[in-house]
Design a protein around this ligand. Structure first.
Ligand SMILES: C[S@@+](CC[C@H](N)C(=O)[O-])C[C@H]1O[C@@H](n2cnc3c(N)ncnc32)[C@H](O)[C@@H]1O
Ligand code: SF4
Length: 604
């Protein structure tokens, strides 16, 4: 079970990653116990689908491990087999639970009596350094703060195979020091200690704590193979410190069978040319190497997004070729990585190929023109954000509005510069750590002579009858979905209210009218975004004080084709009189989300 700093539970850390975003959460530890979640509806469905061999239906088919064809073994301490096969039967709580777990898995059980044995918990995103790509950056202050969860984890400690201490930076978080100090390793000697760390904070006290475990599995995020590139990605960290700590951690793992240090590299714009050095460096330290691509966010680091692709792509291709050559020549036996050198190489080649496969090489063949200019002032309206934290993203207009951007530019004052092929593009002005989204009421046309023409569009046409003098309101609380971000150009609402478990049946998106004169509403035009985040039923409601709401109309969104995305609908208002507030309220919605592409409140 994987628990994030919001309390959301997933079966693994890849479950909601970029290509798996549609997978549902299994529950939330702020509302349910681990036991309830473990045998809740989502876990039961995963087990059912897995038992029938349907990985697509279970939500696992796009997992990086499956796509790369890597083995994914049952994670447990095989030393327990001695207890399991002993004539008198298993005696420790760990062995008893493991016997039950194996039995139930073999029988394809949907409901498990056996308790979960692999836990990965992120209690907080607090961190001591600032990496250029870290998706946690806007969430730094998030803290799970659930003492009852830690009691439940302590209760599970006797049967756990694996505890993965997450962060932020796990070695910064007192909660993990406390957990290690409390855990009774005489009662459960099978417990593996795991952590993914920036390795900047390895105190003697922490070394002593880690050394208590029989098996230690540490992931060190290096993101580079050289000091220069390292310090250009992992801001505020010193390569020498991490190098020394990595050596110490490798020493600890050497004397513990089944233990290892693996080093990882999130491959991005700032480091892709250092991939070969990363393989060389990690091997030289006796650590295995793992690559994962930075996709979509932050767009200015993603390997799918370009500023000058005709310059960037040939360099990236050469860098990945160099990485292949490096892997071919590294002596993995000498560095004690593995006796199966060919197996290691096959795995690393597959990882490099996976990174290579994410890069849209085909755009290199297109003719790109250098465009520089000033962004229209009304496009730049983003309260509270300094301009230098903003980037502008571009995606071909013909692509889906949900597509990741293909081009970006930093914004200097209001100026931007980028190489683009002639054509029409969706554009978005976003903070670096915003999930990419476009301002659907604007497009830019790039002509063959390099001119950029910014145009307003709204559902294909300019609308004059939209209620502009209004403030957004929504039930969304998560940063990035809050009303201030929800409303753009006073005419568009982006992804907004959350429904489902957090605010069951009462998620809404709406407006509070400003000004003396409040025009009566004619209709609400909604662009629903995806079938899974479109409610089954909505109520159009009005209020005069924002507290007491009356229903004006009930509407069932008319999704005909489950594969369709971004379709428009108009909901006609019956009340002909002015009101101060209008909103769309999601009514009982099985999928748990209401999100819209755009929403326009049209006056009579
Ligand atoms: C968020 S960190 C937390 C643990 C620890 N602080 C560390 O750096 O290892 C976990 C991993 O996520 C990776 N990561 C952060 N932002 C990413 C992004 N936008 N895309 C891909 N990986 C990312 C980091 O490089 C690191 O390996
Ligand atoms: S060390 Fe980890 S959590 Fe901290 S900024 Fe870097 S990637 Fe993010």
């Amino acid at each position: 079970m994987n628990i994030d700093a919001d309390g959301n539970v997933t079966p693994c850390c890849n479950w909601k990653s970029h290509n798996n975003a549609d997978n549902p959460y299994c529950g939330n530890v702020k509302e349910q116990t681990l036991e309830q979640i473990w045998n809740g509806e989502v876990y039961r469905k995963i087990r059912r689908d897995m038992a029938s061999g349907d990985l697509r239906e279970s939500g696992c088919a796009k997992c990086m491990i499956i796509v790369r064809g890597e083995p994914s073994k049952f994670r447990y301490d095989e030393d327990v087999e001695a207890e399991l096969t002993a004539r008198e039967g298993p005696s420790s709580p760990y062995a008893k639970n493991m016997a039950l777990l194996k039995q139930e898995v073999a029988a394809g059980a949907e409901v498990m009596e056996a308790k979960p044995t692999v836990l990965s918990v992120t209690p907080s995103y607090a961190c001591n350094i600032r990496c250029v790509h870290c998706y946690q950056e806007p969430l730094r202050t998030k803290d799970l703060n659930q003492p009852s969860l830690f009691e439940q984890i302590s209760d599970l400690a006797p049967v756990l195979s694996h505890i993965s201490c997450g962060g932020g930076e796990p070695f910064l978080l007192p909660i993990w020091k406390d957990f290690i100090d409390q855990v009774d390793l005489d009662e459960n000697p099978y417990l593996t200690f795991a952590a993914c760390t920036n390795a900047t904070l390895l105190t003697p006290g922490m070394v002593e704590r880690i050394e208590k475990f029989k098996r230690v599995q540490i992931g060190i995020s290096m993101d580079a193979g050289t000091k220069e590139v390292y310090e250009n990605v992992r801001i505020k960290s010193k390569f020498e410190t991490v190098d020394k700590n990595a050596e110490r951690l490798v020493q600890i793992t050497k004397s513990r069978p089944g233990s290892y240090v693996s080093m990882s590299m999130a491959v991005m714009r700032n480091n892709i040319e250092d991939v070969a050095n990363f393989f060389i460096y990690s091997a030289s330290r006796g650590a295995t190497s793992g690559l994962s691509p930075v996709m979509a966010m932050p767009s200015d680091q993603a390997i799918t997004c370009f500023n000058d692709p005709q310059k960037e792509l040939p360099r990236w291709r050469a860098a990945l070729d160099r990485a292949i050559e490096a892997v071919k020549t590294i002596d993995y036996v000498k560095h004690h990585i593995s006796l199966d050198e060919e197996g290691v190489r096959r795995n690393y080649f597959a990882q490099i190929k996976f990174v290579r496969d994410q890069i849209p090489w085909e755009i290199e063949a297109r003719h790109h023109i250098y465009i520089e200019g000033e962004l229209p002032a009304s496009l730049l309206e983003r309260p509270t954000t300094k301009l230098d934290e903003l980037i502008v993203i571009f995606s071909p207009a013909a692509a889906s509005p949900a597509a990741a951007p293909l081009y970006f530019s930093k914004i200097d004052g209001a100026r931007f510069s980028v190489f683009l092929p002639p054509g029409s593009y969706r554009i978005g002005i976003i903070k670096r750590f915003d999930w990419p989204k476009y301002n659907l009421s604007w497009q830019v046309k790039i002509s063959a002579n390099g001119l950029a023409l910014f145009e307003r569009t709204l559902g294909g046409s300019i609308q004059n009858d939209i209620i502009n003098d209004a403030e957004p309101i929504s039930s969304a609380s998560a940063e990035g979905y809050a009303p201030i971000y929800a409303f753009q150009e006073n005419t568009n609402t982006w992804v907004s209210a959350e429904a489902g478990s957090n605010v069951a049946n009462c998620s809404y998106i709406g407006i509070r009218l400003n000004g003396e004169e409040k025009p009566p509403l004619k209709e609400v035009r909604v662009q629903w975004a995806f079938d899974y985040c479109t409610p089954v039923k909505v109520a159009l409601q009005y209020s005069d004080d924002g507290n007491v709401w009356s229903t004006d109309a009930i509407h069932k969104p008319g999704l005909k084709d489950a594969t369709k995305t971004f379709w428009w609908e108009a909901i006609t208002a019956k009340s002909g009189v002015p009101h101060c507030y209008w909103r769309l309220l999601a009514l009982a919605n099985g999928s748990g989300h209401m999100a819209v592409g755009q929403i326009q409140f049209i006056k009579r």
